[in-house]
Design a protein around this ligand. Structure first.
Ligand SMILES: Nc1ncnc2c1ncn2[C@@H]1O[C@H](COP(=O)(O)OP(=O)(O)OP(=O)(O)O)[C@@H](O)[C@H]1O
Ligand SMILES: O=C(O)[C@H](O)CO
Length: 366
């Protein structure tokens, strides 16, 4: 097996350990979750998470809200709304209205199972008074280009929303909510994942049982287990601007001997006006390619665990000492890493994965 295959194999082992269907299936068993009366699933992993509920309990009233193209595992009886990501569209508002309608109409003895995963912030929305869809789309575009981290972005999103930050579940008049979430945020807080669409207000009158069922840490541990080589580091420290991260990561890898480094998190990027095509993983990969240019025996894979990096069809990229040439500077300045990396065979396409635990980087030095 080539080194490139090794990195993809290790990354894939990490992602496989946190697939929605598997994570929810394990959690339902571990926490002895009783059969719910209804299921609401929102996020990029919603279909996969909902499939586990169907596996465990059979057909149930189910509403799934997910990103276009991420419906592969959805149970047949489920109502499915596909919406845009990362910038909300009219479908996101349709999803928000349906979620409100569904929760409002639940009977007093209802046990509701809520399944949340990353992407939910964009995929479902009900606007506060005075805000239009265009306003929301413009504000979201500006936020995404600003280089702010997800905690800062979602604090703002909660203020603009009538369903985020516990507001959807505050409407519930039933008996019990079990809320299972796959975390794609630093610190794994339910109130931040999907801007807290699966969270309940502190004074909720119903029984509320929240659990985080998958995370970046779990995926990285599984990746480390699957690796043959020596693991030199396994850390969740990809939380900075990609421009600042690249030299730090390269220095760490080059200073260490042969072996593997695994990193998790979510780098940020500041986009120029009218950016080209790319994502934060591709931007980081391109910057790393420049750092390791001409050096033999180093390979780095960095990719989003949901299978899509920014508005592209690839998860990320795999670079080595031969990837970089000076035309890469232009791709960096115009945020156009996707076509540049694609032309060099460096893009990594996994397809939608059924999970979303931020990004994973694997660096190998031989
Ligand atoms: N041309 C580009 N080059 C680099 N990064 C880009 C480009 N276009 C968009 N991005 C970045 O892609 C990010 C959105 O990525 P993506 O669609 O993978 O969502 P995400 O952050 O994983 O979403 P969520 O957290 O909601 O699941 C934004 O932070 C944005 O800055
Ligand atoms: O949807 C969101 O808000 C992000 O993916 C974080 O969960």
């Amino acid at each position: 097996m080539s080194t490139a295959d090794d990195l993809v194999t290790i990354w894939t082992a990490g992602v496989d350990a946190v697939i929605g269907r598997r994570a929810v299936c394990d959690a339902l068993r571990q926490h002895n979750v009783m059969r719910p009366d209804a299921v609401i699933a929102v996020g990029k992993a919603a279909a996969s998470m909902a499939a586990a509920a169907h596996d465990a309990f059979g057909p149930l009233p189910m509403l799934i809200v997910t990103k276009h193209g991420h419906v592969m595992d959805a149970p047949q009886n489920a109502e499915i709304i596909e919406a845009a990501h990362p910038v909300p569209d009219a479908q996101s508002l349709k999803a928000g209205a349906r979620l409100i309608d569904a929760v409002d109409n639940m009977a007093r003895d209802t046990h509701l199972l809520v399944l949340t995963s990353g992407g939910a912030s964009a995929l479902a929305e009900h606007l506060v008074d005075g805000l239009s869809l265009n306003d929301l789309a413009d504000r979201t575009q500006a936020l995404l280009a600003s280089g702010q981290d997800i905690h800062a972005m979602n604090a703002l999103r909660k203020d603009l929303s009538a369903i985020k930050g516990g507001k959807l579940l505050a409407r519930f008049k039933g008996q019990r909510i079990t809320s299972l979430a796959i975390s794609d945020v630093e610190g794994d807080a339910l109130g931040v994942i999907g801007s807290g669409i699966g969270d309940a207000p502190a004074d909720a009158p119903f029984d509320f049982a929240p659990y985080i069922v998958a995370s970046n840490a779990i995926a990285r541990a599984a990746a480390a287990d699957a690796a043959q080589g020596v693991i030199l580091s396994n850390t969740e420290d990809l939380y900075d601007d990609a421009v600042a991260l690249a030299p730090r990561i390269a220095a760490q890898v080059l200073a260490a001997g042969p072996g593997l480094h695994i990193k998790g998190g979510e780098p940020t990027v500041i986009l120029p006006p009218n950016p080209g095509k790319g994502g934060r993983n591709m931007a980081l990969a391109l910057l790393l390619a420049r750092e390791i240019a001409g050096i033999e025996g180093v390979q780095i894979l960095v990719a989003g665990t949901d299978g899509t990096d920014g508005p592209t069809d690839a998860a990320g990229a795999l670079v080595d000492g031969h990837t970089w040439d000076d035309s890469g500077s232009d791709a960096l300045n115009t945020a156009n890493a996707a076509p540049w990396l694609d032309a060099r065979g460096a893009l990594f396409r996994s397809g939608p994965t059924g999970t979303n635990v931020m990004d994973i980087l694997i660096a190998k030095r031989t």
